[in-house]
Each structure stands twice: as structure tokens, then as C-alpha cells.
Design a protein around this ligand. Sequence first.
Ligand SMILES: *Cc1c(COP(=O)(O)O)cnc(C)c1O
Length: 411
Amino acid sequence: MARLWSVASTKSAKAAINPIREATETHYPEAIKQSKKDIYSLGIGDPSVFGNLPPHPATVAAVQKVLVGGVSYSYGTSYGYQIAREAIAKQFSTPDCPLTHDDVIMGTGCAGALELCFSVLCEAGSNMIVPSPGYSLYNCLAGALQVHLKYYNLLAERNWEADLEQLESLVDSNTKALLLNNPSNPCGSVYTQEHLRGFVDIARRHKLPIIADETYAHVVYKGQVFHPISSVAEDVPVLTCSGLSKRYLVPGWRVGWVIAHDTQGALEAEVKPGLRRLATRNIGPCALIQAAIPDIFKNVPNSFFAETIATFEGNAVACYERLSKVDGLTPVMPAGAMYMMVTIDLERFTEFQDDISFLKQLIIEQGVVCLPGTAFMRAGAMRIALIMPKDGLIIACDRITQFCQEHIAKN
Ligand SMILES: *Cc1c(COP(=O)(O)O)cnc(C)c1O
């Protein structure tokens, strides 16, 4: 039928592109339909989908108590229920960096928290410095705000540490913030205090606030230590974003927060009031979950986190053992979070133009779904989520191995 009307959308809507969606919605559905085998998805970064990683019963009980008690049916303050903000301030306070509820602004997941930070710091036409490889949401948020992203390189051969010299070369008079993501999605890297100080020194030299995406805070493997960048930031203002999704394994609950670490009061006059004003746009995240936060923090035992992390680490080891033996692939063993990045040596897989065509054929022949590095602004790689039950993950790795053996150029 001929269309009589076509209503135009804004530039902002056209530019709100999430590169993961591009890959999975544009390129993958046809390949999945054509697949010769049953599907094993190592693409999804949602720990709740396979049923092997349920939230702790205390997390569920905390929400149940609020729901049955009927105490949180009202709007509350847009930037968050005070009891939630108090619990978060208490949880993340350190002797060097004491926090109050005033330093916390609630958002709709860590994604909503990041959106608040991008919106409060970056005008249309300005730029922000972000990692490559990096989380694809940054592109979507920046696109919608017409903010230009400049990418600093994370180096596979240095366990994905940033090339700080190249990073500093990106800064110009229009740069409004420096973003880092530690532990990293998609790399699974965890930074040392010394490396974090490198970021802080650059931010200080150029008077840039830091946006710290620490949604995987404390999700680190044996022998590793997580250091929040606020612990080494001293006078440099940091907006730390996090949420319940990944650590408590409830991504659908959509509650996150921004913590303003601001020892010098640099965020006091404009940024903190700005975040609160921006929070009124959607009247804040789900009250039910916010009101459950004090009990969630109090009642979920440390053993729960230890078990979750052991699952990710066990999967990482199993994957790494297998994929590091595959000709043409170079995995980097992660130190935290729930992902592994694997470089694909495309010069040796001459049939394929890029990571997407390689991964589409992998789906067709072996039924294994991985996300392309392209979706994380790093061509020639794939991201493996370390979430599915281990026996399935091993089958998937064996299928990847077979695929590579069958397609590597013989010479
Ligand atoms: C999952 C994820 C987010 C978004 O988390 P939500 O709290 O579910 O919005 C943000 N940053 C990174 C690096 C993530 O992996």
C-alpha cells in the first residue's frame, strides 16, 4: 500500500545507534535461520538468561518485603529515594572519600546513570574521550546528544591497558570528559592503581572530569584487586556510574546510580544540580527496587559474589585453554567481568572480509553466536560472554576450533 504520510524523526533519533543492535539485528537473523546446527549464544551479556546464575534469594526477598509492605508506591524524589541514596553512600564510602546521600543521584540502570553524566557534561558539538574496544552504549548516548567520540586504544598485548600517550593526544579545547570502564566490557581487563593514576594525571593536566563506568566493580578473578578510580583521583572530580544489574544479576530491574566524588567541590555549583534537574525528565527509576536497596546491600552475603565470580572465572579458564590453542585466534585471558576478547587474524582467514562476515559464517556452519569487535569499535575481533553453563561453553569453543581449522588459509 502506498504510504500517504511519512513523519520525520529528529537527527537525535537517527543518530542513537547502538552498534550491537546493528550487528545482531541487521546481520545475524538470516545466518541464524540458515544455521546447520543448534544455536549456542556467546553473544548475550545478560547473566540472567540461561537460568544458571539466579539472583540471591535475599535480593528477591528484599523486593518482596517492599511490595507487600506497600511503602513505596509514590514517586519520591526524581534523583532517588533518600534511603537508597544513603545506603549507596554508606556502601561506597572510604576513609579517604566519605560520601553522603547528597553525592548520589539515582538513574535507570547504569545506562541511565551514564546518560545523566553525558548529558550534564557534554554539549552538542563537543567531544568525549572513550576506550576502543569499548561498550557500545557510549556510541548510542553520544549519537543522541550529537557528541563526538574520540577513541583511545586499549592494547591487547598489555592486557588491554590504555595507550595513555595516544589518549592524551586526543584532548582538545572542545573535550568535556574522559571516560574509562574498569573492569571492562568487552575486554575483561582490571586496571592497577598505577595505571589508574595515569588517567588521573591526564585528567588533571587538562582539567577534565572523569566518568568512571564501574558497573563491574569488585567482579574480579582470583589474585586481582579492584580499585575504584576515585580512590586515586585526589583533586580530580569523578562521576562513578554503577548499578544492580551485573553484580546482583538482575539486569531487568533497571536501577543504577551516579556517585559524585568531588573533594574540591568542582561539581558543586553546576554539575550536581544539573544531574538532579536532568533526573526529573523521567521522574527517577523504579521506586520498588530503590526501596529494596538497603536490605539488598545488607542481606546478600559475600559468598554469593564469590560464587558468581568463580563461575565467570571457571568459564574464562575453560575458554582460554581451548581458544589459545587455535591457529588464527588470540584470546586475552580476562581478569574480571564476564567477557573475553579474542583477536581474529583475518589475514589468515582470507575468505572473510571482516569480523562480521567471519562470525556470520560461524553461525551458519557451527551455530555459535559471538559479537563482532566492530560492535565495540575494534574491528577484527570477537567478544565471548562467559555466562552460559560451562558444558555448553566448551561445546561452543570446540565448534569455534573446528570452524577455524576448516577455514584457515593453508600455505
Ligand atoms: C551492562 C553494562 C552497563 C549497563 O548496565 P545497566 O545497569 O543494566 O544499565 C553499563 N556499562 C557497562 C560496561 C555494561 O557492561
